[in-house]
Design a protein. Structure first.
Lengths: 601, 143, 245
């Protein structure tokens, strides 16, 4: 058997990459910046595409918050931008739904999946496990371009005459399956499905690469339990993606068939405009099952990378080893495994069999255990630490705060009895925005501020960063905290306006306040974007190899690593990534051999 | 170099390898024939005047088990997963366990929809109607 | 050069080498197939869910009882058995091709690859015949008190429960979802067979051009083989879900 020859060949391939770095030959603009196979460049491509999407998605939320906060007012400038969609300066109801749908789709998939794990998995995995590049740089490049294609299709759907998909980011049929049902269910919905299929291919190619790189390409001495927690988090994220996205693909394919080929997968007993449709036998709830079989792991695809980043950043900036490393790994695994078993807790009010529902309640509440383990380990990592409040550290702490606040309301919602009251109200909007949306963004910001010096060889401006942090933290709580009260009072989500309900009139002022704050928070994000791009060119230059004094492997590369990451041999690893404050030393890098009389951690 | 490596690793069990492949082929064929036999017996049971539903259910369960056996042989011998390191086998097998709850929960809910429909969401009792040889006007409204 | 297998297993995880002693490409193929298994799994489980939610379903022994050139003879399951054996057989030829690859025997690889490709094409031909037969076949169905002639399509299902009409047994319309799932899932499987045939043809051309011989190993054949066996594996379950139970 020639297995050995195959394995050996791969090693030489890796060495070639190293040589390519040393000689700097044959790199044109196209191969370096556009069709690059360097994981660091691909990471930046994901990041910048993600930032562009985040601005668009955030702007959409500001637009529909204008309608929710100021339902009586008109904004003539809106008509200048949106034309028919905002006649007389007031958002068209159809377009309001389109904005809500696109806000959800963009933020969940394009920003917090591709932008977060796409960026950091690509950037950090080879650097932190000690590899020249991803297992397959070519597939990695392909992964980004599938994401790019998905972006183009989704972007195009914003400009079609009947508008983009508008059935909510969960695109439940029959609304999404029937073009006659709403203008957003016409061509915009087809484009949504095509875009999402391309996106799933991107997630699959990326995920396969991340998994195999972590398993196969670790440098000598880098056993699995010596990896930083970021690696574990990205690894489990990739596993979740590889196993759950294909189920969404199946769901999307069946929905495309229902829309275009007259099949009855999701359709049965439907009367539309007085006409009885011939479709019979399918079930709309089936789509919800398929969607949430992906959809629930998806929220962990968003939050696990943020957890990993927060763990790493907090340990480095507390100058303490992460508390309970194996417990952290174990709880990541537990969360990943449980995430596949709880999807129907999104469906308690669909007529789900209550007895079946009780199993989902049990499994859902079990997630609280590993989540609590993680929270206590973060807090005990901070405990008596020598904390440096860098912007990255602030965002990591903010992440923990958000995760606690949002996680606690999750325990409410996981109970089917309570969920019947809270389902589809602003309570749930507040819950998932805090625990997934804002917490995910905080993890991303923490990572960006922390690894920016490694990415661009410069620092971001600290003053702007601190303003960005405090406005975002306080603003997020001001936006989402009041929504809990609205939701408990029964105010439903996704409504265009509430003037028809006497009981919700008392929230008029509160809604206005929320909209006002969300505009300020959006402006603060623009400040971040300015800081990000400005610092790429004008930021303070990094002059030392290891500015944060971190023990992990990525800081042993040159300040601006070339393709291949390490100019010479890849360093060997002798210890775990969290030797901080040990034996009287501030930190010991992973590359340093264990001394004779060193104490055990 | 690889020529040498192959000669050393591949030759000593060349014959046994091929024998094993053909043996697996025969196992798969025999199982398939048994499955077909069961399929045909289900068919004849259904044709009878008084089909024994429990027997049909047992036969169906048996076919499912035989199919899993076939899957095992294909994956283990044809795809050579059986020859890999145990840890790698586990990374393939363990995620597939997710299918258990995937299948159970989906089918359970599907069955629950049937009960909801048959009883107008539980508001009346369901009476088993003779499914064969219905009077002609039943289901007549369907196009 | 030390062989990884000769080392104790605990060392396999310490970095610097593959913990499973396989190349990243093969590992990726395995995990891709696992992902694809979830795609197919989702399809088949959706089918099962819908079937469980119905009071009546089409009886496969009635639907699939035809054989080419046999006219209206009632031969339940005969044709699909032929298709199953074709696929199992092509799996055997594929694994033999992989085996020849291990022995660096280019001629052997070529021979068995050709047989595999032929098997794949034969399967696709069978499927084309079966689809055509189902779609164009005419079946008497009692609709709104009158007899109509229906084929099995994604919008028509003539396999509902039978009723007495004018003294003879006639079928009523069955659940429409049956056709959608049957054509959808067998179609998706057929698409996999088709892409597998294309991959195998590419492999054959590369083998003839001595690409793998010069590379020193036939691992690509192994990866293509994994994909091909997976297609066979999926068929085992499609066979179970649509034809047997």
């Amino acid at each position: 058997m020639s297995n050995e020859a195959i394995l050996h060949e791969h090693q030489t391939g890796a060495h070639d990459a190293g040589h390519a770095h040393e000689h700097h030959h044959h790199e044109t603009f196209i191969t370096k910046y556009v069709f690059s196979q360097d994981h660091k460049m691909i990471a930046k491509q994901f990041l910048i595409t993600g930032i562009i999407w985040a601005i668009i998605g955030g702007l959409f939320s500001v637009l529909f918050r204008l309608q929710l906060g100021y339902p009586e007012s008109t904004f003539p400038w809106l008509e200048d931008f949106l034309g028919n969609w905002a006649k007389g300066g007031k958002l068209d109801p159809d377009f309001y739904y389109a904005l809500v749908t696109m806000h959800g789709t963009i933020l969940v998939f394009f920003v917090l999946t591709a932008g977060l794990s796409g960026t950091f998995s690509n950037f950090l995995i080879p650097l932190q496990v000690g590899a020249r590049d991803m297992a397959s740089p070519f597939l990695n490049m392909l992964s980004y371009w599938f994401f790019f294609a998905a972006s183009i299709v989704m972007m195009a759907s914003l400009f079609v005459q009947t508008g983009p998909a508008s059935g909510g980011w969960t695109i439940y049929p029959p609304l999404s399956a029937l073009g006659e049902a709403s203008s957003g269910s016409k061509i915009g919905m087809d484009l949504w499905l095509i875009s999402m299929s391309l996106f799933i291919i991107n997630a699959l190619l990326g995920g396969l690469n991340y998994i195999t790189t972590v398993l196969n390409m670790r440098t000598k001495g880098m056993s699995m339990t010596r990896m930083p927690l970021t690696m574990w988090a990205f690894f489990f994220t990739a596993v979740l993606g590889v196993l759950s996205f294909p189920v969404l693909l199946s769901g999307c394919i069946l929905l495309l068939f229902d829309r275009n080929l007259g099949t009855s997968f999701y359709l049965s007993d439907i009367v539309i405009n007085g006409k009885i449709l011939p479709n019979e036998g399918g079930s709309a709830i089936l789509f919800q099952h398929l969607f949430w079989f992906l959809g629930h792991p998806e929220v962990y695809i968003i939050i696990l990378p943020a957890m990993g980043i927060a763990s790493e950043v907090m340990s480095v900036n507390s100058r303490k080893p992460i508390f309970g490393y194996m417990a952290m790994v174990g709880s990541l695994f537990a969360i990943a495994a449980l995430s596949f078993l709880v999807w129907a807790h999104h469906m308690f009010v669909t007529g789900l069999n209550p007895f079946l529902g009780s199993f989902f309640v049990l499994l859902t509440l079990l997630i609280a255990v590993p989540s609590a383990i993680k929270v206590f380990n973060w807090l005990t990592t901070l405990w008596r630490g020598n904390i440096r409040f860098t912007p990255g550290m602030l965002f990591a702490i903010g992440f923990v705060s958000m995760f606690i606040s949002g996680g606690l309301t999750g325990i409410f919602l996981g109970n089917s009895a309570l969920d019947i009251h809270l389902h589809d109200t602003y309570f749930i909007v507040a819950h998932f925005h805090i625990v997934m949306g804002v917490a995910g963004m905080f993890g991303m910001f923490a990572g960006l501020y922390h690894w920016y010096p490694k990415m661009y060889g410069r620092y971001m401006n600290n003053t702007l960063a601190y303003i960005h942090f405090w406005v975002t933290l306080i603003g997020s709580y001001l936006i989402f905290w009041p929504m809990h009260y609205e939701g408990l009072a029964g105010m439903p989500r996704r409504y265009y306006e509430f003037s028809g309900w006497e009981s919700f009139n008392m929230f008029g002022g509160l809604n206005q306040f929320i909209s006002f704050v969300s505009i300020i928070v959006f402006a603060a994000q623009l400040l971040f974007v300015f800081n990000f791009f400005y610092s790429i060119f004008k930021g303070r230059k990094v002059t030392e190899l290891n500015p944060w004094g971190a023990a992990s492997l990525e800081w042993s590369t040159p300040i601006r690593p070339g393709h291949g990451n390490w100019p010479g041999e890849i360093p060997e690893v002798h210890r775990w990534a969290y030797d901080y404050g040990k034996d009287g030393r501030d930190f010991i890098p992973q590359t340093e051999p264990v001394g004779e009389d060193e104490s055990k951690h | 170099m690889s020529q040498g490596a192959t000669a050393e690793a591949g030759h000593h069990d060349d014959g046994t390898q091929i024998k094993r492949i053909w043996k697996t082929f025969w196992i798969l064929s025999v199982i398939t024939i048994i499955e077909l036999g069961i399929g045909l017996s289900i068919y004849t049971i259904h044709k009878g005047d008084n089909p024994n539903e429990l027997l049909v259910l047992m036969f169906k369960g048996l076919v499912c088990i035989l199919t899993l056996a076939k899957a095992f042989y294909i994956v283990s011998v044809f795809m050579h997963l059986g020859d890999e390191i145990r840890n790698m086998i586990m990374t393939i097998i363990v995620p597939l366990l997710l299918f258990v709850w995937f299948i159970v929960a989906f089918l359970w809910d599907g069955n629950a929809w049937k009960n909801l429909k048959n009883t107008d969401a539980g508001s009346r009792e369901y009476k088993e109607q003779p499914q064969q040889k219905l009077p002609a006007k039943e289901k007549g409204h369907k196009d | 050069m030390t062989t990884a297998t000769a080392q104790p297993t605990t060392k396999l995880w310490s970095g610097g080498k593959s913990p499973f002693n396989v190349s990243y490409g093969k590992l990726m193929m395995w995990y891709f197939l696992m992902s694809d298994a979830f795609t197919f799994g989702a399809f088949l489980i959706s089918y099962g869910t819908i079937r469980f939610s119905q009071n009546v379903w089409a009886d496969p022994n009635h639907v699939f009882n035809a054989f080419p050139f046999m006219g209206h003879a009632n031969l339940p399951l005969a044709f699909v058995s032929l298709m199953t054996f074709i696929l199992i057989f092509s799996s055997v030829t594929m694994v033999l091709a992989v085996h020849e690859g291990h022995k660096m025997n280019r001629k052997g690889v070529e021979k068995w690859l050709v047989w595999t490709i032929l098997g794949g094409l034969a399967f696709l031909g069978c499927q084309a015949w079966e689809w055509t037969h189902l779609i164009t076949g005419e079946h008497e169905v009692l609709v709104n008190g009158a007899i109509q002639s229906w084929g099995t399509t994604v919008t028509h299902n003539p396999w509902g429960p039978e009723v007495l009409f004018n003294g003879k047994e006639v079928a009523t319309p069955g659940p429409i979802a049956f056709g959608g799932y049957f054509f959808g899932i067998t179609g998706f499987h057929g698409f996999h067979v088709f892409s597998g045939v294309v991959i195998n043809i590419i492999m054959l051309i590369q083998t003839r051009m001595k690409v793998f011989e010069n590379r020193g190993h036939y691992e690509m054949i192994e990866k293509a083989g994994l994909y091909w066996h997976f297609v066979d594996l999926v068929w085992v379950f499609v066979f179970l879900c649509f034809y047997l139970v």
